[in-house]
Design a protein around this ligand. Structure first.
Ligand SMILES: NC(=O)c1ccc[n+]([C@@H]2O[C@H](COP(=O)([O-])OP(=O)(O)OC[C@H]3O[C@@H](n4cnc5c(N)ncnc54)[C@H](O)[C@@H]3O)[C@@H](O)[C@H]2O)c1
Length: 439
């Protein structure tokens, strides 16, 4: 709910240097804070009342955004969080950062986007700029967003402006925070592109315009497909190294000494997150309409889906003659990568599921993920203790959080299956298996 004071603030925000951001998640909140830091008033719109409530209390729900910065933005009235879509009317630009997941059939689910676009379309004003940031297939801005906005009766490119600028943020990456990542911008017309270039030029040191919204959409998918394919390839090579009795980690380290023509990727239990395992399937869907599929994306998806199964199979062999059925297994890490709380599409979920199917008793610990849901099953992160670790049959290290109590795991658990190479050159009482180490 929006209080009277907040409504007043929003009404008096004034159009110039006021943006509305729809969707305050991993992408929208950091972007909102960046605009606020540059003196903009940011109307943050999200239907999730619990997120809005936390922001109003000065509490961050994203690990890399701290409470003090949120509080400062709230107190200076640079950040105006609300669940009310009508608040966007006060902004010079409306930026869409809503989820773009897959349906249960693996096809694009643009439900969040069309809902946001229809909400904007119902109240859009002359002069406003609408920017889509969500990752999606080439054509979405023109074929999906634009028709929703045009229902207003106003003319795109003349009365209002439409742009696409893919978000390239990498949560948890301290070397490249949002403002250090060059911003790709595009518009459905020259004027639209000028508007978005000018807006983002005010907060990003580097803005890179491209010729069309389709090209900008494809750029984002290319980046993520490149990662999907290469990480899947290195995972396949990890399995190959296991077969050949070689250590993939040593091989990658050696290959990385080449000063040109090689970029290192690292193995793991499977690729997670809302982007890399998802976005390439958006392209695949679009390509099917043009009578083709990307073989590389298909193979990479298959390899990626097989990885959790490979880990569980290896664990099964390692604990034999004991069976997984009835074994007590702890998965360390639910997040798909270190030091963040995002567990969407995480391989940990698949491994937990597979272990359950084998009849194992599964628990997990993640300092950032207090609870999670896999289908209808709700789980809560357990506290680690010597007693708990001693009572286990094995620990799977799924996520390499930097505050992992590795000494405790190695000292008290009987067996550690390490999918992230954190136990290299380490010893303890635990038997250790490292993914791709040939042992
Ligand atoms: N998470 C990443 O690392 C990352 C990086 C780059 C790009 N992206 C892309 O950015 C987009 C958003 O991803 P995210 O990770 O921030 O998702 P998220 O789930 O963390 O946040 C999305 C937010 O949008 C809100 N929302 C849903 N419908 C809405 C509506 N109609 N109006 C306003 N808000 C609405 C949700 O409540 C949620 O808070 C996706 O397209 C994703 O592919 C994500």
């Amino acid at each position: 709910m929006t209080s009277t004071k907040e409504q007043d603030n929003i009404q008096h925000a004034g159009e110039h240097r006021t943006v509305a951001i729809m969707g305050l998640g991993y992408v929208g909140l950091p972007l909102a804070m960046l605009f606020a830091k540059h003196g903009f008033t940011v109307i943050g719109i999200d239907p999730d009342a619990s997120k809005i409530g936390k922001l109003q209390q000065g509490i961050s729900y994203i690990h890399e955004m701290n409470d003090a910065d949120i509080r400062e933005a709230m107190e200076s009235e640079r950040l105006l969080p609300t669940t009310q879509y009508s608040a966007a009317a006060a902004a010079e630009a409306i930026i869409i950062c809503v989820p773009t997941p897959l349906t249960s059939h693996g096809t694009p689910d643009l439900g969040y986007l069309t809902m946001a676009a229809n909400q904007i379309g119902s109240g859009i004003r002359k002069g406003q700029l609408v920017v889509l940031e969500s990752s999606t297939y080439p054509g979405t801005t023109k074929e999906v967003l634009l028709p929703c906005l045009s229902k207003s009766g106003l003319k795109a490119g003349e009365d209002f402006f439409v742009a696409y600028s893919p978000e390239r943020v990498d949560p948890g990456n301290e070397q490249f925070p949002i403002h250090r990542i060059p911003k790709i911008v595009s518009g459905i017309s020259e004027r639209c592109r000028e508007r978005v270039t000018e807006l983002y030029g005010r907060i990003f040191p580097k803005v890179h315009p491209v010729s069309s919204t389709d090209a900008a959409e494809m750029t984002k998918i290319l980046e993520n497909a490149y990662r999907l394919i290469n990480i899947s390839f290195i995972n396949e090579m990890a399995i190959a190294c296991d077969k050949l009795g070689l250590d993939i980690w040593e091989v990658v380290r050696a290959a990385s000494t080449k000063p040109f023509g090689y970029h290192p990727f690292y193995p793991g239990p499977g690729i997670g997150g809302h982007c890399i395992p998802v976005d390439p399937s958006y392209l695949q869907w679009k390509l099917k309409q043009h009578g083709m599929t990307s073989d590389f994306i298909s193979i990479a998806n298959n390899t990626n889906h097989r990885m959790p199964l490979y880990v569980i199979q290896q664990l099964k062999e390692a604990i034999a003659p004991k069976k997984l059925s009835g074994a007590s297994i702890l998965v360390y890490g639910a997040a798909y990568k270190p030091d963040i709380a995002d567990y969407r599409e995480s391989a940990s979920l698949d491994m937990i599921d597979l272990l359950r199917l084998e009849g194992a008793s599964v628990q997990y610990h993640d300092p950032y993920v207090a609870s999670l849901k896999i289908g209808d099953v709700k789980m809560t992160s357990v506290e680690l203790s010597e007693e708990l670790l001693r009572g286990l049959d094995a620990v799977i290290i799924a996520t390499n959080h930097s505050n992992m109590p590795l000494d405790d795991l190695l000292e008290h658990a009987p067996l550690v299956y390490d999918t992230r190479n954190v136990t290299a050159a380490r010893e303890g009482r635990a038997a250790i298996i490292r993914l791709g180490s040939g042992k």
